[in-house]
Design a protein around this ligand. Structure first.
Ligand SMILES: [Zn+2]
Length: 146
């Protein structure tokens, strides 16, 4: 007879980190992997629509923003970290293989960084939610009120 996981952590251990990662890359709920975290890009009308996640998952009611300031680490660590690391790698490869003049680094690496950071905002928040939910699973609303 199969045992039934009794705690959320035991249940979440059955899902690999890569499943959470794939859900985040598809901008899907970290809990169920079905519903969107953000409005579809065709329905975004304002800047806030682009950067603000929905309140919770319409499918499983997983609450996307656990607390005030929840996404601070998503921006400071995940977004800036990934964009900066990518820029450093590209600059290093350029320097190693091509050694272009300084203006090439500025135009093709430094200038696009803010735009890339803005475009990566949704994925950074989704990745942060996936990492956080993997390391510290959050009870779904119906589980908390049961
Ligand atoms: Zn969900």
């Amino acid at each position: 007879m199969a045992t039934v996981p009794t705690t959320i952590r035991e249940r979440e251990r059955k899902i690999s980190f890569w499943a959470f990662f794939r859900r985040a890359m598809r901008l899907r709920c970290p809990e169920c992997g079905m519903s969107r975290i953000f409005k579809p890009w065709r329905q975004t009308r304002t800047l806030e629509d682009w950067v603000r996640p929905l309140h919770d998952c319409p499918n499983c009611e997983y609450e996307y923003q656990r607390e005030e300031g929840y996404f601070m680490m998503a921006i400071c660590a995940v977004n800036y970290g990934v964009i900066t690391a990518g820029a450093i790698v590209v600059a290093f490869l350029l320097y190693t293989f091509v050694s272009p003049p300084l203006w090439v680094y500025i135009v093709f690496i430094f200038v696009p960084m803010p735009l890339l950071s803005f475009l990566f905002t949704r994925h950074a928040k989704a990745l942060w939610m996936a990492i956080d939910h993997y390391l510290e699973p959050q009870a779904k609303r119906q589980d908390r009120h049961a």
